[in-house]
Design a protein around this ligand. Structure first.
Ligand code: HSE
Length: 439
């Protein structure tokens, strides 16, 4: 066996520890597949750990580890966007390849980090940053490389999907399920990233860039989380044949003028109950990709947790190990799938330019003609109603009216909702959730 490959692991939290375990458990497989010996030589950790092999150097100075002569590949698993950025740039500037699971860092600073890697002829691999153990980056950059991608839709936050599933199936309270997701090692250090959709938005920014060949533009992702979803809406949606899931969409819209561009959005969405994506439950993630000429393909698996994420981290390590010693950067696919100088400046559409169907829940006094007023406002705005459900009065004289619409541009829907809310018989803000048939 030729030269041993030396790994440094920065951060020994859930994922870092998972990587150490995976290497210990599967070392024989890793060696047989790569034809190389693989050794962890250094770990960067804030406090000394007594459960680590004494042959591995432990160092709290992460910048020193990233520059160490005793390391070929730096695995960054500390998370965050400050020290993590410094250590990755340090590794790159010292000619080391990097493997990271850090979606926040790449979504926000990936353009700079990838440019630095290209200038230094090294590679930054990030399979673990999106959809946990699902090899979606490899699929999109390699297996779909001949396709033109039209849109993708993904359940890409395991914690959020776990919470939504437990609430729907068992009626468990939100906070209780979130605590369990934290205990299971699914949630981000700051779980608001999970429940407010920010983690999904980070991942969507990465997926969209490799789908369409555009620079990373996290700041342009429209983002809504799951904190406002009520059991009442979950149940009305089910009654109408839909399920509410938190979905990230990247959609290419062809068209004239300001209609042309790319939609980047993550939000709760009603999707048909019988769609495969609607049956992705618990911590599972799934990404549905619609491409030409292939059509729809679906990728499914654990979206969070130590084992799933370690699997993705080590797949990247294996890709690097197999080509180390040759011109690694030349042998790797481009970071964002397209050649860096070929990235396009296709505009990202603003929220009000985006198109989707809607679920509306309107609370109205049970007066004659209210329903007619609401439907007239929608029809005057050119909005096509697909289904309507009026429940009996649930509190003194008020009725919830549920309306599903066909796709409409958001600015039109905003105007219609404003008019509905101005009706005298309307008592509360209109609740709106987007709807997509995934067709
Ligand atoms: N907090 C993330 C999730 C971890 O729940 O999906 C995996 O990226």
């Amino acid at each position: 066996m030729s030269k041993s490959i030396k790994l440094a692991i920065l951060g020994l939290g859930t994922v870092g520890t998972g990587v150490v375990h995976l290497i210990n458990d599967n070392l024989d497989e890793l060696k047989r597949r790569s034809g190389r010996d693989i050794t962890i030589t250094e770990v960067g950790t804030r406090r000394q750990r007594d459960d680590i092999d004494p042959a591995i150097t432990q160092n709290s100075d992460l910048m020193a580890v990233a520059a160490s002569n005793n390391v070929d590949i730096v695995i960054e698993l500390i998370g965050g966007t400050t020290l993590a950025k410094d250590v990755i740039l340090q590794a790159i500037n010292n000619g080391k390849h990097v493997v990271t699971a850090n979606k926040a860092l790449l979504a926000e600073h990936g353009n700079e980090i990838f440019a630095a890697a290209e200038a230094n002829n090294v590679h930054v691999a990030y399979e673990a940053a999106v959809a946990g153990g699902i090899p979606i980056i490899k699929v999109m950059r390699e297996a779909l490389a001949a396709n033109k991608i039209d849109w993708l839709a993904g359940i890409i936050n395991g914690t959020g999907n776990f919470i939504m599933t437990e609430m729907r199936d068992k009626g468990r309270p939100f906070a209780d399920v979130l605590s369990e997701a934290q205990e299971l090692g699914y949630a981000e250090a700051d779980p608001t990233f999970d429940i407010e959709g920010i983690d999904a938005a980070h991942k969507l920014a990465l997926l969209a860039s490799i789908a369409f060949g555009i620079p990373l533009q996290f700041d342009k992702v429209y983002c809504e989380g799951i904190t406002d979803i009520t059991l009442q809406d979950v149940s009305y949606a089910e009654e109408l044949g839909y399920r509410i899931k938190h979905v990230g969409f990247a959609v290419r819209r062809d068209g004239d003028g300001d209609k042309a561009g790319i939609e980047l959005r993550v939000h709760p969405t009603l999707i048909p109950q019988d769609a495969l994506l609607a049956n992705v439950n618990g911590v599972k993630n799934a990404v549905l990709v619609n491409s030409h000429p292939l059509g729809q393909t679906l990728y499914y698996g654990d979206g969070a947790g130590a084992g799933a994420t370690a699997s993705a981290v080590m797949a990247d390590v294996m890709d690097l190990v197999r080509v180390l010693g040759s011109d690694v950067a030349a042998k790797h696919v481009p970071h964002l799938s397209f050649q860096p100088e070929q990235l396009s400046d296709t505009p990202i559409l603003r929220a009000e330019q985006m198109t989707s169907g809607y679920y509306l829940r309107v609370h109205a006094f049970d007066n004659p003609g209210v329903l007619a007023d609401i439907t007239r406002i929608l029809s005057d705005a050119g909005i096509n109603i697909d289904a309507i459900l009026q429940k009996p009065a649930h509190k003194a004289g008020q009725v919830p009216v549920i309306i599903l619409t066909l796709p409409v541009v958001e600015s039109q829907m905003n105007l219609a909702i404003e008019k509905i809310e101005n009706l005298e018989a309307i008592t509360d803000k209109v609740v709106r959730i987007r709807l997509d048939e995934l067709a």
